[in-house]
Design a binder for this molecule. Structure first.
Ligand code: IMP
Length: 425
């Protein structure tokens, strides 16, 4: 039995869904512990494409159990819509295979509206949020005025609180000239969705403690990535949760003492959506990726910004997360490139940095220090069935990434399907 945390080592979209799906085979319970439906995990199984936002990808395995932990923020209407989409694809979701924490906070329509309103107020300094109400929901949680699923047990108190929150939000929206929310409509949408969720709600921390006691193994599916972490990311161009390994523990109620392995996931290059520093961003490289039909966001459909692999970022991410191993995905995205660059250091005002600076303004000013490696020409990695079948230059590239990040590479992705994941060593 071993318990593993999967985290993104970049800005999200590293292909964690696929790695989680791959590792799920050896796990009994798959747990989401932070973030909300800002996440979009694409999993391709047997040629069918599934896009998951709030539900752990373990749901695609009939015999596995899934948990949405206390650290997740849940938009009830979005979760119900996800139930319906997956059900239409033949996925069975019942209270036997999905549990939702009674401590999880709820995203309500006014959170979404406040998210949009605050973004528009930021003018040129927009974060580029997903517009899903994530920041305002976590703000209410930290400010101690949020709604939790446990509040459904007190319908009268809940209705009063909802009325007060809608009134408060309407004052802000009204002042901004935005159409106010209709309390009756908000209440109806909320009740309809939460009625459907109620059978799944439980004390998931105690449930997980019971699973551990019975010797079951847990797999924590991180959402977003290390540099979207509220503490360690490119603040303020971050999301509002702790996306690093510690967030898996606080967001589930499972002690760090139970964690046996942390696997960090990184693309063989770098991408990010939304605004913020990106030292290795490269327009030509971005065009190439988009031209190949790659790197469009799973949640918003936005074009992702693309650039070379940044070993300063990923090496620091491995240390922040205590990564035992690194899974490198999308290596096939580099097929056909003549010369590949890796960023090995940042140059900031004449000083070489080996870890990112705290201030975004400084981060924006950093110049990449590159080393170049030869590509693997006409011999693609796509279609390789084992690590030994990779072209020698691709293996040399991966060895160099491991060396720079001081972390062994344990898995390599060469395509979107489950069987396009190669095991190292
Ligand atoms: P929010 O999480 O919607 O508040 O957005 C904050 C920042 O995080 C924006 O730059 C988003 O594009 C980014 N973001 C949020 N979730 C994800 C994700 O799952 N993958 C990649 N970027 C994300």
């Amino acid at each position: 039995m071993s318990n593993t945390i999967i985290v993104g080592a970049q800005w999200g979209d590293e292909g964690k869904g696929k790695i989680v799906d791959y590792l799920t085979e050896g796990a009994d319970v798959v747990v989401r512990a932070q973030g909300g439906n800002n996440a979009g995990h694409t999993v391709i199984q047997g040629g069918e494409k599934y896009v998951l936002h709030l539900i752990p990808s373990g749901i695609l395995w009939p015999e596995k159990r899934c948990v949405i932990g206390n650290g997740v923020v849940i938009d009830p209407a979005a979760l119900v819509a996800e139930f319906d989409t997956l059900a239409a694809q033949g996925v069975s979701i019942t209270p036997d295979n999905l549990s939702i924490s009674d401590r999880a906070h709820l995203t309500l329509p006014y959170h979404r509206m406040l998210d949009a309103h605050r973004e528009s107020g930021r003018g040129g300094g927009k974060i580029g949020t997903t517009g899903r109400g994530i920041g305002p929901t976590y703000a209410d949680k930290i400010e101690r005025s949020g709604f939790r699923l446990a509040d459904l047990d007190d319908p009268v108190g809940l209705a009063e609180k909802l009325a007060a929150k809608v009134e408060e939000a309407n004052l802000i929206l009204d002042a901004a000239g935005v159409e106010p929310l209709d309390l009756a409509e908000v209440g109806a949408e909320f009740n309809e969705a939460t009625d459907r969720l109620a059978p799944y709600v439980r004390d998931t921390a105690s449930y997980l403690h019971g699973q551990l006691k019975e010797g079951r193994s847990l797999l924590f599916e991180g959402a977003q990535g290390t540099y979207l972490d509220i503490d360690h990311g490119t603040y303020p161009f971050v999301t509002s949760s702790n996306t690093t390994a510690g967030g898996a523990c606080t967001g589930s109620g499972v002690s760090p003492r139970h964690i046996d392995n942390v696997t960090a996931v990184a693309k063989a290059y770098t991408t990010r959506v939304g605004a913020g520093p990106f030292v290795t961003e490269n327009a030509e490289f971005s065009d190439r990726m988009h031209g190949m039909g790659r790197e469009f966001g799973a949640t918003t459909g936005r074009k992702r910004r693309c650039g070379w692999f940044d070993a300063v970022l990923v090496g620091h991410a491995c240390r922040l997360n205590g990564a035992d191993g690194l899974a490198v995905t999308n290596v096939d995205g580099l097929d056909g490139i003549d010369t590949i660059r890796i960023c090995t250091g940042y140059m900031l005002r004449g000083e070489t940095l080996v870890a990112p600076p705290a201030r975004c303004e400084d981060w924006e000013e950093c110049d990449p220090i590159y080393e170049e490696l030869p590509g693997w020409g006409d011999s693609p990695t796509a279609g390789a069935k084992d690590i030994g079948a990779l072209p020698a230059n691709a293996r040399a590239y991966l060895d160099r990434l491991a060396e720079l990040c001081e972390t062994p590479i344990t898995l390599v992705g060469v395509g979107p399907d489950r069987d396009e994941t190669l095991v190292c060593g």
